[in-house]
Design a protein around this ligand. Structure first.
Ligand code: NAI
Length: 462
């Protein structure tokens, strides 16, 4: 169902009226399409504290400077631009408003360097272009240095608050880097581009993994890889399948036999293979493994159902069907594929959770239990899978996404879901798909055990 309010506020009279009434002011978000540059304008690279991160070559290599070239380089301890009083910002030389700002705050270790975060961003934040990106780079918390831990944790509050302030479709993210800048390249490419349009207010950890090799062609990073997406006939799953195919993967699209015609249409559109199979079948994992002589590189657990009812009114079958589809089958299939060694070394598992699994929701004790369970599974499995097979395991947690599922929600609840986030609108299936594709990327091997919310910084569970 179209978001008519978003269309209304895109017109001058609509914007005038809604502003006068003090109503939310969403800005239509830009999405990425092939051939589009990563950024639409200059990138500003700032530094707070003394950083040991060699970031400039990564930014230059990725072409993240956009059409006007790399405009600014961080210089660690030079005097700040604008009116900031701190000492650790870069200097800008480009033209036009920045489409993105990267603030390297990995060297923030005490209160003096924390003040440089304010000094660096205060003068520039207003000038960031509509739909622009602010990415703050932080360091892991140091268990032996409580001041460092305090100020680095402080960055989370900073980023989450700034995300709620910036408006105009701009997003703010904190990336905690345990290793060098190269390990974060695929993540920076994602976060600084329109691919991450609906990801804001998030804290993402990038591990210390060496030997990550860049793909030959960043526009087709999954070339030669095989992916399986469950629940791929429609909605978010179809968008995920399409995006992975766009990125070069051969995609196997799985859905229930009852959805076979829709499934075949989706698979045909992206030159994939339909696999009509109920994921709750006890032998589903073995059946999938038998379809994959060359093994699997990307496994996306997307199939999911809701059977909402308050606990007092919820019969056992509504509880068990949701747990069975959303969680038990995810555990079973993952186990079967790992023990059959069907998941290739360096494979990627992405499971679909939900912000309900983080915040809880009325009428969703079953659903929220299953989605919180998915998060538990990801966190428990991630360290072992990586150590044993170089496999990463992550979760995406969508907020309000415009699908058939949310179109069926009563009007007032639907409007609340759409507006109660920093971007004041619902996300699109492609937003979850782009996030999944970034996690599935061969160069995202340093991102493991993360739960990334695709929710426009929803107020729920924030
Ligand atoms: P949808 O209902 O449009 O699509 C789900 C797909 O899963 C359907 O094609 C369905 O046939 C398939 N499926 C269900 N049971 C299955 C089974 N036993 N075996 C194989 N396939 C099965 O739902 P939507 O909105 O695309 O959601 C996709 C995922 O995202 C789900 O896990 C959902 O819980 C999650 N999610 C969606 C949100 C939203 O706002 N739409 C918000 C948060 C999470």
């Amino acid at each position: 169902m179209a978001d008519r309010y978003l269309s209304l506020t895109a017109t001058a009279p609509g914007r005038f009226l809604t502003r006068r009434l003090g109503l939310p002011q969403p800005t239509a978000l830009k999405r990425w399409s092939p051939g589009h540059p990563t950024l639409d304008g200059p990138l500003l690279h700032l530094t707070a504290g003394t950083s040991g991160l060699d970031l400039a070559p990564v930014l230059a290599r990725t072409g993240l400077a956009g059409p006007t070239g790399l405009t600014t380089t961080g210089t660690g301890t030079t005097t700040g631009i604008g009116t900031g009083t701190g000492t650790g910002t870069g200097t800008g030389t480009g033209t036009g408003n920045p489409a993105a700002v990267v603030l390297d705050a990995t060297g923030v270790t005490d209160f003096a360097t924390l003040a440089e975060v304010h000094a660096a961003l205060h003068p520039v934040v207003r000038s960031v272009a509509t739909g622009g990106r602010i990415v703050v780079l932080g360091a892991p918390l140091d268990a032996h240095d409580h001041q460092q831990a305090a100020v680095q944790q402080g960055l989370e509050g900073f980023v989450r608050s700034l995300g709620k302030e910036v408006g105009r479709g701009r997003t703010v993210t904190l990336l905690r880097l345990a290793g060098d800048a190269t390990a974060a390249e695929s993540t920076l490419r994602f976060l600084l581009s329109p691919r991450s349009a609906y990801v804001s207010g998030q804290v993402i950890e990038v591990g210390d993994i060496t030997g990550i090799t860049a793909p030959e062609d960043w526009s087709r990073p999954l070339a030669g890889r095989t992916a399986l997406v469950t629940g791929a006939a429609r909605g978010i799953g179809a968008a995920v399948a399409e995006t992975l195919a766009r990125d070069g993967a051969r995609v196997i699209c799985l859905d229930v036999p009852q959805a076979e015609s829709e499934l075949t249409a989706t698979a045909t559109r992206l030159k994939g293979t339909p696999l009509p199979l109920d994921i709750t079948a006890p032998d589903a994992g073995e059946r999938i493994a038998s379809e994959l002589p060359g093994g699997l590189d990307v496994l996306v657990h997307n199939a999911g159902i809701t059977r909402d009812r308050k606990l007092a009114n919820m019969p056992a079958d509504r509880w068990s069907s949701v747990l069975e589809v959303n969680l038990a089958s995810v555990v079973r299939t993952t186990d079967a594929l790992l023990s059959a060694k069907a998941l290739n070394t360096g494979g990627r598992i992405v499971a679909t959770a939900s912000i309900s699994g983080i915040a809880g929701n009325v009428g969703q004790t079953n659903y929220a239990t299953s989605k919180a369970g998915v998060i538990g599974l990801v966190r428990a499995l991630a360290p072992h899978a990586l150590a044993d097979h170089g496999v990463t395991v992550n979760a995406v947690a969508p907020g309000f996404i415009e699908t058939r599922m949310t179109a069926a929600v009563p009007l007032l609840v639907r409007e609340a879901g759409r507006r109660m986030n920093s971007l004041a609108q619902g996300g699109l299936p492609v937003d979850v798909a782009e996030t999944t594709a970034w996690l599935a990327h061969p160069a995202s091997g340093a991102v493991n055990g993360q739960v990334v919310r695709v929710c426009g910084q929803s107020l729920l569970g924030a």
